[in-house]
Design a protein around this ligand. Structure first.
Ligand SMILES: NC(=O)c1ccc[n+]([C@@H]2O[C@H](COP(=O)([O-])OP(=O)(O)OC[C@H]3O[C@@H](n4cnc5c(N)ncnc54)[C@H](O)[C@@H]3O)[C@@H](O)[C@H]2O)c1
Length: 367
């Protein structure tokens, strides 16, 4: 397949970002159809694709029936991911789906069964896996230069108190603002942790490169009062070899320094952010720093689509496979349980099985 013809469903904020990423991968990939419940928004996105007329549809089913597609790119609110993945897979289209995979582990099991039965290529849109500092950090860790990791921290935090001010249609045509469905836990699947925290969680799992076995968590709503759920989560994850992971994720605050991850290991430590990576062997006088100008960086959405094309066109293994995404969901939902029940949650090996509050854990006394 020389060109992968994709239909984007969901012409909102991410639909626009993904369309630009597809265009930067032309002619390997081309956006040939767009579906959105808001006709105005679908037309707005279609107009961004300047080189040809792109037909628009009111829903995924009609787009699949009327457009000649190889793949579907799902950019919908969270509660719609499961049905969209199942519908696209049953129509034999490769699937790229925005995070989170879905909002329940029962749905994840159904998605798994359907992907297997239909042989559908699948990739979760985990764009930050392609951030150069993370790619380089994983290379250093795999090469063993820092020795065995002991503690890994993953941070995804930004001050987002303008949530209410954003609760109006964004400048991409009519339709509902993305901040309205985000404030509805039923459509969101939770609060900040399942949304922005998802990035921090898949990053932590990618850096650890092994199975998480235990989760503890605390969450709160410190500042974003428009949310019915948490705006902040701090999550501890124990991995099979004993490595301890920590996730800090928030819409209530940003962290000084702009680090997205830190790894403390046997022979040295490293820290990475959007534009730099620093590592230092223990007792060496100076750290080694790689830095790049932000303008000079490859865009993570474009790199994500390039990888999806490698998966679809060349059968490369997906770096953001179903199993990887299901594991992120298992950790996320276990964190919600751990925070609500004040306990440590043990994670079964099957990523679609729910965590189990660990026997013998004493619930914290809360006065
Ligand atoms: N990777 C990232 O950095 C990142 C950033 C933002 C959002 N996201 C993810 O992207 C997805 C979409 O988020 P968003 O911020 O673009 O939301 P959005 O609200 O801007 O876009 C969603 C679009 O879906 C449309 N829609 C709703 N129901 C529909 C239906 N039944 N059929 C067709 N269209 C329908 C809406 O009209 C809207 O245009 C979410 O999963 C979100 O978590 C990822």
């Amino acid at each position: 397949m020389e060109t992968v013809r994709v239909g984007i469903v969901g012409a909102g904020w991410m639909g626009h970002a993904h369309a630009r990423a597809w265009q930067s991968n032309a002619p390997r990939g081309e956006v040939v159809a767009i579906a959105d419940v808001s006709p105005e928004r679908a037309r707005h996105l279609a107009a961004q694709i300047a080189d040809r007329a792109v037909p628009v549809f009111a829903d995924l089913g009609t787009m699949l029936a009327d457009a000649d597609l190889d793949a579907v790119d799902i950019c919908l609110p969270h509660h719609l991911h499961t049905d969209a993945i199942l519908t696209a897979a049953r129509a034999s289209k490769a699937v790229l789906c925005e995070k989170p995979l879905c909002t329940t582990l029962d749905d994840a099991a159904l998605i798994h069964k359907t992907l297997q039965e239909t042989g559908t290529p699948f990739m979760a849109a985990h764009n930050q896996l392609f951030q150069p500092s993370l790619v380089e950090a994983r290379r250093l860790l795999a090469a063993g230069i820092l020795g065995k990791p002991f503690v890994i921290r993953s941070i995804e935090a930004g001050q987002n108190r303008g949530f209410a001010a954003k609760a109006r249609p964004v400048e991409i045509g009519g339709g509902e603002s993305p901040w309205v469905w985000r404030a509805d836990p039923r459509r969101m699947g939770g609060g900040e942790v399942i949304d922005t925290g998802w990035h921090a969680t898949y990053r932590l799992l990618a850096l650890a490169g092994e199975r998480p076995v235990e989760v503890a968590a605390m969450m709160d709503r410190f500042a974003v009062t428009q949310l019915a759920a948490e705006d902040t989560g701090v999550i501890l994850v124990r991995f099979a070899s004993g490595v301890i992971g920590e996730i800090i994720t928030s819409w209530a605050f940003g962290m000084v320094g702009g680090w997205h991850f830190e790894v403390a290991a046997e022979h040295g430590s490293l820290a990475g952010g959007k534009t730099r990576l620093v590592h230092q062997l223990h007792s060496w006088p100076e750290p080694i720093e790689f830095a790049k100008l932000a303008d000079d960086l490859p865009h993570t959405f474009a790199s994500e689509v390039t990888h999806f094309l490698d998966v679809v066109q060349h059968g490369e293994p997906s770096q953001a496979s179903f199993e990887h995404a299901a594991r992120v969901l298992q950790v996320t939902l276990a964190a919600y349980t751990a925070a609500a029940e004040h306990c440590v949650v043990a994670l079964p090996e099957d990523p679609t099985s729910p965590g189990v509050p660990a026997a013998g854990t004493t619930p914290a006394e809360v006065s």
